[in-house]
Design a protein around this ligand. Structure first.
Ligand code: NZQ
Ligand code: ZN
Length: 389
């Protein structure tokens, strides 16, 4: 196991009705003037936004609202949010929604205390300071409610880029599984695919002797595989929603990634797809992850066979572990299809003729991508090609 630091200071309030205490938590974590930030209307329609505002008013907390965050959140709205925070001297950003609202809130929090252009941070500038962010989560998926990162799409050229740092972990996150019962089946499935990908980016590693994190990863995957079909069959299944919600958090706050190298090449290849076609991140991952697996499998057949046996219940073929490894990838693809995910370019709406453009915007040049297998630009092209058929 590698040396590591693990700093995950988010306070989680989990369970039914917990959003009623949003105002108390803002106060407890030092907020007095708040920007409430949300998406395109689901939180208005559900009445959640009104409940949050009432909770803030109860604690005499001043607030300003900024809605309109789109999935794959755009840079332009972030500038508006920063301007509001500076003008109104706000000291706290409260995100109400999914990963997009939270990521946009994190970006605003960075820019509100920075004199330059906040996009600098998404081009690699070190993150050191930000306003505090709290979240009320309505979609189990991205894990941004506990993660140290944010992903924003620059409207000019639709470039999707990430940035991260300790100060970007929310100070609190309210997780009420009931709030996810209104999710369309497609978003539930996209969310599950994303959280599985967060685990697998960490699971496929070259680091040896990481039994504890291997087993955590496998446990999270097994739980998602068991609970997601239940939530799809009965969207109001509270227990399934609750398990899925916590799975999304533990999949990405890095508790299952510490002490081991993690990969992230599939996420970066996917960000080019959701940047170019504005598709859901989870759906893009459903197309890219199996393709990546098929391409890199021979690097460590044993690890893929372990994944097949422990996660997908495949029988080990001792004569030919490669068969077992392939079987695991097939079962993973079948699961994705069974929950309504696309697994090939055309099902996603992606086009083979855009592969060159995807490779170009990824902008690898002579560098490599990932760590399990260090991918060259040529490898990336081949993986996109594998995702076509
Ligand atoms: O905008 P509204 O009206 O709220 O509708 C949203 C949106 O259309 C809807 N929705 C959310 N909660 C709902 C609901 N509809 C009904 N009932 C509810 N309870 O769902 C749609 C998708 O929302 P979005 O926030 O975009 O989805 P998600 O949570 O999957 O976030 C995706 C974004 O997170 C990024 C992705 O790249 C993508 O931009 N990621 C962020 C990460 C991080 N910060 O750590 C890591 C991830 O790997 C990921 O890259
Ligand atoms: Zn993701």
């Amino acid at each position: 196991m590698n040396n590591f630091n693990f700093y995950s200071p988010t306070y989680f309030a989990f369970g039914k009705g917990r959003e009623a205490d949003a105002g108390k938590y803002v106060k407890r974590f030092g907020g007095s003037r708040v920007l409430i930030h949300y998406g395109s209307g689901s939180v208005v329609k559900s009445g959640l936004l009104e409940r949050i505002k009432a909770s803030l008013l109860k604690e005499n907390i001043h607030y300003v609202e900024l809605g309109g965050v789109l999935p794959n959140p755009r840079s332009g709205l972030v500038y508006q949010g920063i301007e509001i925070c500076k003008r109104e001297k706000l000291d706290f950003v409260l995100a109400v929604g999914g990963g997009s609202a939270i990521d946009s809130a994190k970006a605003i929090a960075l820019g509100a205390v920075y004199e330059g252009d906040y996009w600098d941070f998404y081009q690699g500038k070190r993150v050191e300071n930000a306003l505090k962010v709290g979240t009320i989560l309505t979609l189990s998926a991205a894990g941004s409610e506990g993660s140290n990162s944010s992903v924003i799409t620059l409207e000019e050229g639709m470039l999707k880029r990430a940035c991260g740092g300790d100060v970007m972990r929310p100070v609190f996150s309210i997780l009420n599984p009931e709030l996810t019962c209104t999710l369309p089946a497609y978003q539930t499935a996209c969310g599950a695919t994303d959280m599985m990908a967060h685990v697998m980016e960490r699971y496929f590693t070259n680091t040896q002797n990481v039994e504890i994190t291997d087993r955590l990863c496998e446990g999270i995957l097994l739980s998602i595989i068991k609970e997601v079909p239940k939530a799809l069959a009965n969207p109001n299944d509270y227990e399934a929603r609750a398990n899925i919600m916590w799975a999304g958090m533990v999949a990405h706050n890095d508790i299952c990634g510490v002490g081991r190298d993690s990969d992230w090449s599939t996420h970066q290849m996917e960000h080019e797809l959701s940047g170019l076609y504005d598709v859901a991140h989870g759906a893009g991952l459903a197309v890219m992850f199996p393709a990546w697996m098929k391409y890199v499998m021979h690097h460590d057949v044993q690890r893929f066979a372990q994944f097949a046996v422990r996660v997908w219940g495949c029988e080990m073929d001792f004569q030919c572990p490669e068969n077992t490894a392939k079987q695991g990838i097939l079962k993973y693809e079948q699961f994705l299809s069974s929950i309504g995910m696309p697994i090939r370019f055309d099902e996603l709406g992606a086009k083979e003729e855009d592969i060159e453009l995807l490779v170009k915007t990824l902008g690898l040049g002579n560098r490599t991508l990932g760590s399990f297998v260090k991918l060259t630009e040529g490898d990336v092209r081949k993986i996109y090609e594998l995702a076509v058929y």
